[in-house]
Design a protein around this ligand. Sequence first.
Ligand SMILES: C[S@@+](CC[C@H](N)C(=O)[O-])C[C@H]1O[C@@H](n2cnc3c(N)ncnc32)[C@H](O)[C@@H]1O
Length: 387
Amino acid sequence: MDEYKIKRIEEGLTKIEFPEFEKVSSEAPVFYNPHMELNRDLSILAIQVFQKEEDREINICDLFGGSGIRGIRYKNEISGVDNVAINDISELANEYEKHNIELNDLENIEVYQHDASMFLRMKRGEFDVIDIDPFGTPSPFLDSAGYCARRNSLLCVTATDTSALCGTYKEPCIRKYNAKPYKSEYCHENGIRILAGFVALTLAKYSKCIDIKMSHSTEHYMRLYIKIEKGSKKSDESLKNMGYISHCSNCLHRQTSYGLASAIEETCPVCGEKLIHAGPLWLGNIQNREFIQKMIDETEHKKINTEKEALKLLNSCLNEATAPATFFDVHSICKSLKISAPKLDLIFEEIQNNGFIAIKTHYNPLGIKTDANIEEIKRILIQLSKE
Ligand SMILES: C[S@@+](CC[C@H](N)C(=O)[O-])C[C@H]1O[C@@H](n2cnc3c(N)ncnc32)[C@H](O)[C@@H]1O
């Protein structure tokens, strides 16, 4: 440890030290990413809400510890936490994790050095919360998480391989998530649904099913908070939420079809063009209003440096909970109509005046989640552009 110049930072109520590095990268001696503070702050809110809902002491596993900041913050800043296990395959990371535990004067945190999957398999059924925050894809670790996870536990999953999930290249997504992506204007939402679908299918092998409490796509990553329940009947039922999203790149119509092996319409019912399918993916809820409202309320009791950003995101996700899958990008539609885009507020107002839902989305400031179809939206946009 002595060979490094040490940097100290503070997040929430916690101090952390690690070897100074020039650029955030997996090459850093011990990994710390300041851009993930929002992710960690939201995790504290989500796990605290989960702990209060369960109304019992919880054990947490921080599977990819790095500097230890996540697991240490969980023990230091969440009430009702019994034990925290911090695991990392790197010996140097382990040394800093132990150092940072001492720095914050904490007990009941153990540090482990194992491959993540091996660690979960050794610790089957011991954790109430499993946090998976790896470099890139969580895919190789989800099977062991499915094996290890107990009934009524919380699984927190980060994926930073957004280009795969969003379909920049389709092969990596097929390889890692066994699903076909599609790079549409709502590809980040599709990406979250592909990741959620992959978690659901993986856990179903162990007769476990998912109930998504909150999800978001921010900067370079996607994050899911999932309550895990157990039972083969429940799992069968839950898999009925799997399906496909089909998109028409000609007229921008999109539609969902439920079922893993049911027939999917091949041509666009609006313009007759060939539809492009993405999936299998999760078509069920990806936001839970009640849980997110509790996360918002919890901000009053926590020291969260990213509070403004966190509240903006949480309020957006809260509203999205009642909206249908996918969203429309106003500029893409106006471009296809060769008209200039009317003011966003006017578009929302007019869609609602026509009796439809119109909800903003955190995925895109120009996005509209609505139950109006593409023809109705185009009609409204043309009418507004004439006024
Ligand atoms: C993205 S960093 C974790 C960041 C940390 N969770 C945080 O919030 O700052 C990923 C960590 O996983 C560790 N790691 C990589 N492969 C691993 C594996 N197979 N099993 C366990 N740890 C692994 C790396 O040493 C690195 O510290």
